[in-house]
Design a protein around this ligand. Sequence first.
Ligand SMILES: [Fe+2]
Length: 441
Amino acid sequence: MSELTTTAMPIDTTVARYRRVRDATEALAAPLSAEDQTVQSMPDASPAKWHRAHTSWFFETFLLEPGMRGYQVFHPSYGFLFNSYYEQVGSRYPRPQRGVIGRPGIAEVASYRHHVDAAMVELMDSCPSPDTLALVELGLQHEQQHQELLLMDIKHALSCNPMLPAYSPDDPGRAPGRLRSVPALAWMEFDGGITEIGHDGNAFSFDNELPRHAASLAPFGLASRPVTCGEWIEFVDDGGYRRPELWLSDGWALARAEAWAAPLYWLAADGRWEVFTLAGARPVDPAEPVCHVSYYEADAYARWAGARLPTEAEWETAAHTGTDRGALSTDTTIRAPVERSDGTGGSEAVIAAMHPRPVGTRAPLMGDVWQWTQSAYSAYPGYRPAPGAVGEYNGKFMVNQYVLRGGSCLTPTGHARPTYRNFFPASARWPVTGVRLAADR
Ligand SMILES: [Fe+2]
């Protein structure tokens, strides 16, 4: 597990963290009935109940069975039912059919979680090795990924119900997925040069963020904030979904086949747009970041706007700007973000003519929406997956997908970081995916 590094923590801190993450999953599932937790709306999604069980299976399979003497699995069939994609662990039940599994029900899944939790606490109390603790952390990071997936998947399932039921109707302000309004667009300008990207240090990272390595950048500009719904409406009104010259061939074919006319979850209502959210349907807010767009739509929008999508090296370089881990080497300079975080600065040369708007406060790159990059999801130079079955976690998916950066409003607090590489196929629309523009300089 040399690729999975984590800062050593006292055991009681690890146990407390374990309980916090596990409890957070249960809190997310709490508003959902047994029926809600059983439904599966498409092959890419999984029932909420399955997420709760699968995250427990991960601890059982990779920590308790190999590492705890005398551990008894909760049920002999669960290894088959709740293995997601680990070929080296054994066969598994097909993902597209997870929604037909009525039993185990949610009470049995809760018992499964309790069984695993009790054993995990015992394991963590038994002076585990650093490698074991690193695996515990991987299991927790894995569970946090599934917390976002649980919300993405239930949102899709609820959206398929003509009644458009809300996940959290009583308190829409606290429903996960509430987006913040963003300021006016400005451009951050960067000179080219040699930069470094990838994780370093002792804090946790996934293996796909390693190793840190050099990357060469040409001069580029990066938008200070994601594209908004208001801007997306301009794209729609300008025939963005009807103009093949804006689209990649595969994207155009899919958009035609599925009759795309707006982002997923947008609903035309009496001449205006509404959007389905976890708090129910409401009017589209022009000031919030657009989300639930595919790579194809993001790319078409960028072309329409006279821009392009950023590479992941550009995105990460910009995300590190102003931090003490500044990613640019000495032969490279940043010509100044439009407005520095300390309120000083600004540059005469940085306001792009493409979208002449008032200069606003520079928005952070993290949060709100995952941002499509034009970078294919592939191995960094020198990448080595972890040995054994857990090495299937990331590496075997490095084909036919694009990297997304930044985290979203559904990502658990503290889970994402500037080097974090999320990935989805170009067609995916059900993640909280948005757009940040880039441009050549
Ligand atoms: Fe998983």
